[in-house]
Design a protein around this ligand. Structure first.
Ligand SMILES: [Zn+2]
Length: 79
């Protein structure tokens, strides 16, 4: 025979949602801790650390990615 075959009282919706919220907050904090976002010193956008900024193309004070050069979209394959 088990100790508690059935719950004594019905659990309120707020109680279960509160429990789920703590789980959600912990998961969010864990995600934030794994990724380290820095502010770009030039354009002040969020960027991954130790990588070039995807918006302005700067890294370590110099331009690494040329953002002015436009890439042609490949629409036809030349034989
Ligand atoms: Zn930038």
């Amino acid at each position: 025979m088990s100790k508690r075959p059935t719950p004594k009282k019905q659990q309120a919706n707020s109680q279960s949602s509160r429990r789920y919220k703590t789980f959600q907050n912990k998961a969010r904090k864990r995600l934030v801790a794994t990724t380290s976002l820095n502010k770009c010193p030039k354009c002040k956008e969020d960027k991954l650390s130790h990588t070039a900024c995807p918006t302005c193309g700067f890294y370590n004070g110099r331009s690494v990615i040329d953002k002015n050069k436009e890439m042609d979209k490949i629409t036809k394959v030349k034989a």
